[in-house]
Design a protein around this ligand. Structure first.
Ligand code: CTP
Ligand code: MG
Length: 223
C-alpha cells in the first residue's frame, strides 16, 4: 500500500489573468506548482502533476524531477482522471487529490485526511466555516435573494483523499454530475468524512490572492 497524490495544475487561471498558466506563477521565487509538489511530497510517496498540454516542458522544469508531469484535460474532472490513470493505483492505496492553486495547505490538514482514510473512511475532505454573510443569487429583476444560514454551510478545500478503489470508481462513473471528487464519490454512496481545513488552504484565484500567498509563504515554509 502506498500513499500517492495527483496535483491538479492544468487550468489556465482565467481569473488570475497572468501571462502564464496559474500554477507557473512565481510566489517568493518559486512556481506555485513547485510549492504544491514539495509540500505534498512530505505526505505522499509519489506525485503526478496534471499540466496544460501546451506547457508540459515548462512544468517539468518547474518541478525539477520531483513529480511526473502529464497532460490534463479540458475540465478539472478530466485532469484528475488523467492523473489517476498515470498513478496506476492499487485498490488499497491512498490517494490525495490536491489543487496546485492551494499550494500552501497546512501539512497537518493533509495528514488528517490520510489518517481518516486509514481509519476506515472511503474519503476525507477538509472543510472550513464560511465567513461571509450569504444570500441566494439576485432575482431577474435584481431583487436581493433570501439569506442563507452560513452556520449550516462549509467551504471545501483540498486535498480530497480517498482509498484508491474509491477514487478510481468515482472517476470511471459517467452520468454523475459533481464539481469535486468527494461529491462524486458521495453520490455513489461512499462514506466521505469532513476534517477541519485551514486558512492556508485558500485557493489562489484572483490577483489579490498573490499578495496573501507571498505574505504567508515564509510562514508556511517555516512550519
Ligand atoms: N484544473 C485542472 N484542469 C482543468 C482545470 C483546472 O487541473 N482543466 C486545476 C487548476 O490548475 C487548479 C485547480 O484545478 O489547480 C482548481 O481550479 P481553478 O482554481 O478554477 O483554476 P483554473 O481553472 O486554472 O482558474 P480559472 O477557473 O480562473 O480559469
Ligand atoms: Mg477553473
Amino acid at each position: 500500500m502506498t500513499t500517492a497524490a495527483v496535483v491538479t495544475a492544468a487550468g489556465s487561471g482565467t481569473r488570475l489573468g497572468a501571462d502564464v498558466p496559474k500554477a507557473l506563477v512565481h510566489i517568493e521565487g518559486r512556481a506555485l506548482v513547485a510549492w504544491a509538489v514539495s509540500r505534498v511530497l512530505q505526505i505522499a510517496d509519489a506525485v503526478v502533476v496534471t499540466a496544460p498540454a501546451s506547457h508540459l516542458d515548462a512544468f517539468r522544469e518547474a518541478v525539477d524531477g520531483a513529480a511526473r508531469v502529464v497532460a490534463g484535460g479540458a475540465t478539472r474532472q478530466e485532469s484528475v482522471a488523467a492523473g489517476l490513470t498515470a498513478l496506476a493505483l492499487d485498490d488499497d492505496d491512498v490517494v490525495l487529490i490536491h489543487d496546485a492553486a492551494r499550494a500552501f495547505q497546512d501539512l497537518s490538514v493533509m495528514a488528517a485526511t490520510v489518517r481518516a482514510v486509514e481509519a476506515g473512511a472511503d474519503g476525507a475532505v477538509p472543510v472550513v466555516p464560511v465567513t461571509d454573510t450569504l444570500v441566494a443569487a439576485p432575482a431577474a429583476d435584481g431583487g436581493l435573494g433570501a439569506p442563507l444560514d452560513r452556520a449550516t454551510l462549509r467551504a471545501v478545500q483540498t486535498p480530497q483523499t480517498f482509498r484508491g478503489r474509491v477514487a478510481l470508481d468515482a472517476h470511471r462513473s459517467t452520468g454523475v454530475d459533481a464539481t469535486d471528487d468527494a461529491s462524486l464519490a458521495r453520490e455513489l454512496g461512499y462514506r466521505i468524512v469532513a476534517v477541519d481545513g485551514h486558512e492556508w488552504g485558500f485557493k489562489v484565484t484572483r490577483p489579490s490572492d498573490l499578495i496573501l500567498a507571498a505574505a504567508i509563504a515564509p510562514q508556511v515554509e517555516a512550519s
